[in-house]
Write a protein that binds this ligand. Structure first.
Ligand SMILES: Nc1nc2c(c(=O)[nH]1)N[C@H]1C(S)=C(S)[C@@H](COP(=O)(O)OP(=O)(O)OC[C@H]3O[C@@H](n4cnc5c(=O)[nH]c(N)nc54)[C@H](O)[C@@H]3O)O[C@H]1N2
Ligand SMILES: Nc1nc2c(c(=O)[nH]1)N[C@H]1C(S)=C(S)[C@@H](COP(=O)(O)OP(=O)(O)OC[C@H]3O[C@@H](n4cnc5c(=O)[nH]c(N)nc54)[C@H](O)[C@@H]3O)O[C@H]1N2
Ligand code: SF4
Ligand SMILES: [Mo]
Length: 731
């Protein structure tokens, strides 16, 4: 395998705006703490893992005279392979962020006024524990809910389970990958998982359907993508916008937004009609293939053309291209799959296409992940709840296998099936994250307690009764990372530098709160090192070794199906379900059917959004390194449309959505690189919290305009690409 130079890896992202390259090759405006080392400097290196997103890349941080200096990839770590993405490198800025919360705060006036008094940790935690016990007394422990994102929530989840509530949720399910994992589980019996089990580096043909790798910077996937491109893999990109990935593609299909399911059905039609699918694999592993084939017979490329705008000959040629490389043809399942409300069925169609190509369990398709087995800490059992979870009453969404954020919000609004009276919010900015932010704000009015644990005074912190300032990842210990991957590994997060103020780590907060709630039995350990060492020793490892290496890898496991070993598909039939009895029994289409989405009204555009290579959601705009590379977003508008309407490239406009909501001002980017029926922006900008001056009112918030969402009937995911906007010149 050719080794990639740092330069080549970073180049993959230059097509977008040259952002990543600008940030990492020439550097942002050099902050005062960075500069060449001098002979007398005391240099220390400390391995840890990154938290600028949830990929959790192994990193090595360097301090210089006790101050944080730089962060690089840990070569031992299979996730980073010694390199970080631009956000990981810019992670130093999280420590130096001038907007950071420094003290616990208690609300002074009405909710949302962003006025608090500083209190001690003891006062804040006593107040929270008192309120939680009141809620438990009146409504039961289930009336407390936890919203969180990321591994930092592990100890709080433990405290709240010990308290007795099953209502714990993260936006990474119903606002992100939930429909994808449901679609794959219905088909293969297993999820795609995090990190995705995609064998991108060995793919000979890679199909990206709105999966904008290169802007979506999940590190190892981007490295693998660069490797596949370098090895001449055939890349097919389907996107209404000419993404960075599209610039690397042999085939670019500028699809009409929301019609991917029609294209997927037509591709499958070609593979079956022309006999190009993997007949042996399907015969051996498939269930219900004949019924499936009969249904898709109608979905010819000519049928899909008017809906998708993709010419029949292009559909045929790309289907043949995929078939010619099978089974090393990977149709990427995507990650942020909540688009149009038909998302679990669209994801199921992606799974079915992979099944026809025989790529599941095969080299260049989907590998079998492995993880190091580290036993959980032996705690007493948690109290059982008699009420059950609140988010999905009467299994309205029969295939929801995760807890729905929006289901808990709904219960908070209606009091049904039972009331929710307290929210603990850890590392998730619900105002930017959940669709229809007005509903979130209305739900908050029904709470007796809203606690937000954050590192900066974010929008959701603005609504809190109590705000608790956490240390950033470079200043704390966290739980062990043992995600399944190509090679099993365990990695450690440990403190690199001290926190600059009165911030505390999540494990300390979770434990102190538990003690005040009378849950000391669930905290037999006093320090997190004790906890970590206990777990590691139970698996035959030592904390001391992990502290110096950062990562320990386990023995390699077989990655693909092996000859003579029966392949396992944990579906009810034990096979790949081409025709799904489970869906039929629940009253859904056993083979996905396409329904065209509602069209934008004349003069309006569909609002689409995605990622910047140098930012993570709404969490990095105040980071001085990353913020200096990109401090506002733009709205991409088709150049012809812009010319006709008189919208000049670089001029400011406002977006108005179908419900009359008007965005903050945002710069026009007039470009040939997007269709004329949609506009596009980077998610996470347009901050409105007063405590975030570097990001305040810079760019526009996509989520403010997401007042409508289409709920997936199978699993409750919230499709958010269903909003229409018009543009108004800024006076
Ligand atoms: N409109 C719209 N909505 C979306 C998306 C979209 O593209 N558009 N994307 C969806 C997807 S795919 C996902 S996964 C979710 C992501 O949703 P979230 O993970 O909720 O994303 P953020 O808005 O970045 O919220 C993170 C919050 O954590 C805080 N934080 C950062 N570091 C720390 C820390 O170390 N400790 C603590 N306690 N807090 C910290 C940040 O300051 C910020 O307030 O959003 C979903 N919602
Ligand atoms: N730098 C960076 N990387 C990240 C993140 C981050 O915040 N920053 N977040 C991570 C997370 S949690 C997630 S979930 C992923 C999200 O990244 P992806 O899984 O790649 O998904 P999306 O953000 O939905 O993808 C947006 C792309 O889909 C296109 N698109 C929009 N509508 C349609 C359509 O109808 N059909 C098709 N074919 N394409 C469409 C858009 O033009 C855009 O190129 O990124 C991850 N990587
Ligand atoms: S992908 Fe980038 S931001 Fe995410 S953990 Fe890895 S280095 Fe950090
Ligand atoms: Mo996500």
């Amino acid at each position: 395998m050719p080794s990639l130079s740092r330069r080549r890896f970073l180049q993959i992202s230059t097509g977008a705006a040259g952002l990543a390259a600008a940030g990492c090759l020439s550097g942002p405006k050099v902050p005062e703490w960075i500069g060449p080392a001098e002979a007398a400097d005391e240099i220390r290196t400390i391995p840890t893992y990154c938290d600028v997103c949830f990929w959790k890349c192994g990193a090595i941080a360097t301090t210089r005279n006790g101050r944080l200096w730089k962060i690089e990839g840990n070569p031992r770590d299979p996730l980073s392979r010694g390199r970080l993405c631009p956000r990981g490198t810019g992670g130093v800025g999280a420590h130096f962020d001038r907007t950071r919360l420094t003290s616990p705060l208690i609300r002074r006036q009405q909710r949302g006024a962003e006025e608090w008094v500083e209190v001690t940790w003891g006062e804040a935690l006593d107040h929270i524990a008192g309120k939680m016990l009141e809620i438990k007394e009146r409504y039961g422990p289930e009336a407390m809910a936890l919203f969180s994102h990321g591994i930092g929530a592990n100890f709080l989840k433990h405290t709240l389970k010990a308290f007795g509530t099953p209502n714990q949720t993260a936006p990474s399910y119903a606002q992100c990958r939930g429909p994808r994992d449901v679609g794959f589980t219905l088909t293969f019996g297993e999820e795609v998982g995090t990190p995705e089990r995609t064998d991108i580096r060995n793919a000979r043909c890679l199909v990206l359907i709105g999966s904008h790798l290169g802007e979506n910077m999940h590190n190892s996937q981007v490295q693998d993508f660069a490797e596949a491109v370098g090895q001449g893999a055939s890349i097919i990109v389907v996107d209404p916008r000419f993404s960075v990935a599209a610039s690397k593609a042999r085939w670019y299909l500028p699809i009409k937004p929301g019609t991917d399911l029609a294209l997927l059905l037509a591709w499958m039609n070609v593979l079956v009609q022309e006999g190009l699918y993997d007949k042996e694999y399907v015969a051996q592993h498939g269930f219900g293939f004949d019924a499936f084939a009969a249904e898709i017979a109608a979905y010819t490329p000519e049928w899909a053309y008017p809906a998708t705008g993709i010419q029949p000959e292009v559909i045929r040629a790309t289907a043949r291209e995929m078939a010619s490389h099978r089974p090393a043809t990977l149709v990427h399942p995507g990650r942020h799959a909540t688009w149009y409300g038909d998302d679990a069925q669209r994801s199921r169609a992606v799974a079915l296409l992979n099944a026809l190509l025989g790529s599941w369990g095969r080299k260049g398709g989907f590998y079998t992940p492995a993880s190091v087995d580290i036993p959980a800490y032996p705690y007493p059992p948690y109290p059982a709840s008699t009420k059950g979870k609140v988010d999905n009453p009467e299994h309205k969404y029969p295939f929801a296998d995760g807890t729905l954020t929006t289901g808990i919000r709904e219960a908070t609004l209606t009091g049904k099936p039972y009331p929710i009276k307290g929210w603990m919010v850890y590392a998730t900015n619900l105002i930017h994250t959940l669709p229809a932010p007005e509903e979130t704000i209305r739900a908050i009015q029904n709470l007796d307690l809203l606690v937000v644990i954050d590192v900066i005074p974010s929008e959701i912190a603005g609504w809190a009764d109590v705000v608790l300032p956490e240390t950033v990842y470079l200043e704390r210990w966290d739980d062990l990372n043992t995600e399944g991957f190509r090679e099993p590994f365990v990695s450690l997060r440990q403190p690199v530098v001290e926190a600059p103020g009165n911030q505390k780590p999540n494990w300390w907060i979770a434990r102190e709160l538990a003690l005040r709630l009378g849950l000391g039995a669930w905290y037999p350990w006093k320090t997190v090192e004790e906890y970590l060492d206990h777990r590691l020793q139970a698996a035959g490892y030592r904390l001391a070794d992990l502290r110096t290496q950062g990562v320990i890898t386990g023995p390699a496991q077989p990655l693909y199906f092996e000859d003579g070993v029966p392949a396992e598909f944990p579906t009810p039939s034990g096979k790949i379900e081409f025709w799904s009895p489970q869906l039929a029994a629940a009253g859904f289409d056993p083979v996905p059917k396409f329904k065209a989405p509602e069209e934008p009204p004349a003069g309006a555009f569909r609002l689409l959004f995605g990622r910047s290579p140098v930012h993570t959601f709404s969490r990095t705009q105040t980071n001085p390194v990353l913020g200096s590379i990109q401090d506002e977003n733009e709205v991409w508008v088709n150049a012809d449309v812009a010319r006709r309407q008189g919208w000049v490239d670089g001029a400011y406009v406002r977006l108005r959505n179908q419900d009359g909501v008007i965005s903050n001002r945002v710069k026009v980017r007039a470009t040939e690189r997007i269709r004329g029926d949609c506009v596009y922006m980077i998610h996470g900008f347009g901050h409105t919290a007063k405590g975030l001056p570097p990001a305040f009112r810079k760019g526009a918030s996509d989520n403010l305009l997401v007042t409508r969402y289409a709920v997936d009937p199978l699993m409750g995911g919230t499709g958010m690409n269903v909003n229409f906007v018009t543009l108004e010149a800024e006076g």
